[in-house]
Design a protein around this ligand. Sequence first.
Ligand code: NAD
Ligand code: LMR
Length: 336
Amino acid sequence: MASAPTTVTITGAGGQIGYALLFRIAAGDMLGADRPVRLRLLEIPQGMRAAEGAALELQDCAFPLLHGVELSDDPRVAFDGCGIAMLVGARPRGPGMERADLLAANAGIFGPQGAAIGEVAADDVRAVVVGNPANTNALIAAASAAGVPADRFTALTRLDHNRAVGQLAEALDANPGDVRGVAIWGNHSATQFPDVAHAAVGGAPVVEALAERLGGHDAALAWLDDVFIPRVAKRGAEIIEVRGSSSVASAANAAIEHVRDEQRGTGGATTSAAVVSRGEYDVPEGLVCSFPVTSDGAGYRIVEGLALDDRSRARLDASVAELVAERDAVRALGVL
Ligand code: NAD
Ligand code: LMR
């Protein structure tokens, strides 16, 4: 018997990432060919016409899995009964802007949306925050969602994870599917730490494969420090510079993979997601921080017990310090 439709609410559905998300979700790319969906599109009045246009096109695709599309500018309507919330709507970063600039502008969006999720969403709701600054927006939404366990809120660092895999695959002339065990630690920002210490390519440790290709262990470590880490951490800015606006299709793809793996499981493989810390790796409790994670289909779990050498520890600490500063800035605004 076909399962009942899952209500998926997408905020900012009239925006660029929204447009790249909707059709793939309706086609079954996110929850699978066995799970029908009902889409709820939340927009502000200025974005409503674009969302209406997307709804017309969804109808024109005649997706068998799509059991209706509803639009609203009221979070309490859009999140009513929702099982999966994808919080995309926010102000994107433009050329020259840092994520910290966006804190004040976006803090006011995620509090009321979190509160509405607490009031009207399904009991088993899970929410992923895409809108930047994603980690701290997730912290705000989780803190505002009365009655919903905080660990139901996550933030997207799967795009950073995929970027890291893509860079390694190119450097090693490997297929991205053969690169395993990469981890993104910290904030979805330029302070993040893309870590390959436990990664393998085709079964061989990535650091050894790099050493073989680049002419020794020191050359491999220098490439990781000087090329790989900054390239991945600043890829968002590179895309903005080249495209003139922030990443869209790759962000939507990462959001789909984030939800798919959380809901359907990673099959034992490690990926990366920003989740609520319970003090793992000495990250202050309550922060929404990126860690290596797995899922068995019942939510992301942090992979514990990985060794972090002194340099890795320092990189993680620097990104965590930024998360603490963002949290404190939001507290100072009176939002938390
Ligand atoms: P966009 O400007 O094209 O779309 C944003 C949409 O959100 C607009 O249609 C706007 O009307 C809507 N919106 C604004 N406030 C809203 C509210 N309160 N409720 C509902 N909708 C609202 O931007 P985009 O390119 O789709 O990017 C969206 C966000 O995703 C940005 O914050 C961007 O920085 C972020 N982003 C995150 C990642 C990541 O990996 N975490 C990657 C890329 C982009
Ligand atoms: C990205 O990583 O592409 C987005 O978060 C956009 C940005 O501001 O970097």
